[in-house]
Design a protein around this ligand. Sequence first.
Ligand code: ZN
Length: 301
Amino acid sequence: MRINRFERSSSGISHDKKEVQQFITELKNADAVIVGAGAGLSTAAGFVYTGPRFQEYFRDFIEKYHFQDMYSGGFYPFKTLEEHWVYWSRYIYINRFMEAPKPVYNQLFDLIKEKDYFVITTNVDHCFQKAGVEKERLFYTQGDFGLWQCSKPCHAQTYENEETIYRMVKEQKEMRVPSELVPYCPRCHAPMSMNLRADHTFVEDEGWHKACQRYEDYLTQHQKARVLLLELGCGMNTPGIIKIPFWKLTRKYENFRYVCINKGEAWAPEEIWTRSLCINRDIADVLQEISFQAGGTEELK
Ligand SMILES: [Zn+2]
């Protein structure tokens, strides 16, 4: 396989269509595919936390607090829980319950759905399940926007928030949600918090542990198979969850292949170059190109 070395300058980024063909060939030859997805995949799907999307839904907060983007606003210590949940209910609603602006996840699912596959992701926006990935084939390591937990936490359980989030969005007035919608722990009555891995309070509930175990079992069961590790949009913020383990697995098992698609950040260590394909391009463009290629997905079956 050809290697595209890490290039920071845009002039070094290749737009070679052969790479996409190589990727298709690798998919076709693989017995199993493990997708490892990071924030860059959701950005490619249009979940952007800045610009017009941020201004459209958070104009009042921008005026009042001068927030620069959706993500950093989420850390603001609002004086009341009623205001906190106005911000967070909109945040969750548009990033978890609304459809993705671009069909990137659906195109990705079309590529893998006929294969033996598993998905590990640091994304919390539920896009894989919305696209059709079965829960049993998915390990969401960092939580889910659709889940709450006790903020202390006094017990390791998560709670679905969809119904309350919809009501919060609908019933909020003058930057307050009705007090009766503010969620409290059913056991210790502390305020509920998001089930997102931001600090040591993150709850790994039974579902999380089962998913983790299924991922480990999947790796064990496929040690002798030709496995394609497909890394999409993982940056260097938390490389220890997907990126570095994928590199180690590729080095350990000769039958494993590593494909990384990430504009400006696709790179592999030298020891695994002969088993790696790094595509320094926008993920949405690459997936779009494959879905346009006649029979591109047909031949993968
Ligand atoms: Zn509690």
